[in-house]
Design a protein around this ligand. Structure first.
Ligand SMILES: Cc1cc2nc3c(=O)[nH]c(=O)nc-3n(C[C@H](O)[C@H](O)[C@H](O)COP(=O)(O)O)c2cc1C
Length: 340
């Protein structure tokens, strides 16, 4: 799939999602413009912003405005919005549309109690009728494609609504669905059950993207084969291993297994991500924010445990870069000294 700016070839969602699409999941505090670029460079075709609160967006709140501000190279990217009220979601979709995303995605899957209990995110799954009316309202308000990302239902205690919902959402003009194959009650625990994505896919003609526990090429291949879905979306695995996208791409396009990232690639990613993060957030916040990524980025390298502890105790970027240099050169002692 080609990565083009909107000015080059007009974006066509159906084409983009029709066959073996590979998406970076929306993740709060993770899937920002910088992380989207890192993942795109490693094979993610399509990205979705972290969810943006509709009230923040409609109030013109700085944080929300920043999240929907898409730079020219950041395409195709969808803007994801969340809220508990259909009318407000529709208004916010109009605001988001002005940023010219590739499409607009509605979050109907966030399980976090302070969001879902208020009726936003996965809260919509408790009221399928209201969810369908809300989606219809949003679809009718904007001229660009609208998609929904949701879960299979609220809880296994009730009948799971996803199959019926998929049909009804398609009926009101939703152009694609991403199904995180857990219930809201499961949060991130337990295993995603991809069979629900298949059941939903079987009853609709719009593209369906399967999400949840697609952690590598094997899983992506299996998920696509077992569900017949049009694509896969990867979340948490990308945080620790953004190379997952090229690994999946190679497998699902060519049946190949690519070599894992080299030591050099691992250090290069640490440096690139840290440097870009400093530009975005300033030194101290960037150095601290990067700590969540190192366990994955530096996984398996000699001395990783000790170095991680050292990295966690250092707030100065120059020391972190010096540590990487010495460590990459194979001098663990000098690396530790550099950071102290
Ligand atoms: C840190 C974090 C933040 C998330 N934020 C969002 C979000 O903003 N919008 C959304 O639809 N899902 C969000 N999710 C859920 C993911 O998009 C995805 O559905 C979930 O992690 C399951 O996929 P995975 O097994 O590949 O991680 C988030 C998940 C994580 C771990």
């Amino acid at each position: 799939m080609q990565h083009t700016s909107p000015s080059a070839v007009p974006f066509d969602l159906d084409t983009a999602l029709r066959e073996r699409a590979l998406l970076l999941a929306p993740m709060e505090d993770v899937s920002d413009a910088l992380f989207r670029k890192l993942c795109r460079d490693r094979g993610a075709d399509l990205c979705v912003t972290e969810f943006v609160n509709v009230e923040g967006l409609l109030r013109g709140c700085k944080g929300a405005a920043h999240k929907i501000d898409l730079l020219p190279g950041d395409q195709p990217t969808a803007i994801q919005i969340y809220g508990a009220d259909g009318e407000r979601l529709a208004e916010a979709a109009e605001v988001a549309e002005r940023s010219e995303p590739a499409w607009i995605d509605i979050n109907c899957g966030c399980w976090v109690p302070k969001i879902a209990r208020r009726g936003a995110g996965a809260g919509w799954l408790r009221e399928p009728d209201a969810m369908v009316s809300m989606a219809k309202m949003v679809v009718e308000r904007v001229s660009m494609p609208v998609t929904v990302k949701t879960r299979i239902g609220w809880s296994f205690d009730d009948e799971l609504p996803i199959v019926e919902l998929a049909k009804r959402l398609e009926g009101v003009g939703v152009r694609a669905l991403t199904i995180h194959c857990r219930t809201a009650n499961m949060g991130h625990s337990g295993k995603a059950d991809w069979s629900w994505a298949k059941k939903a896919k079987d009853v609709v003609s719009i593209p369906v993207i399967v999400n949840g526990d697609v952690n590598g090429a094997d899983e992506a291949e299996t998920a696509l084969r077992e569900t017949g879905c049009n694509g896969v979306m990867v979340g948490r695995r990308a945080i620790e291993h953004p190379w997952v996208f090229r690994e999946i791409r190679a497998r699902i396009d060519r049946g190949e297994t690519v070599a894992p990232p080299t030591r050099e690639e691992r250090f290069a990613l640490c440096r690139e991500h840290l440097a870009a993060c400093i530009e975005e957030r300033g030194e101290m916040r960037a150095v601290r924010a990067m700590r969540r990524y190192y366990p994955g980025y530096l996984h398996g390298l000699n001395g990783a445990g000790i170095m991680r502890r050292t990295l966690n105790a250092t707030d100065e970027a120059a020391r972190v870069f010096a540590l990487f240099d010495a460590w990459q050169a194979g001098d663990l002692e000098a690396a530790r000294d550099a950071a102290e």
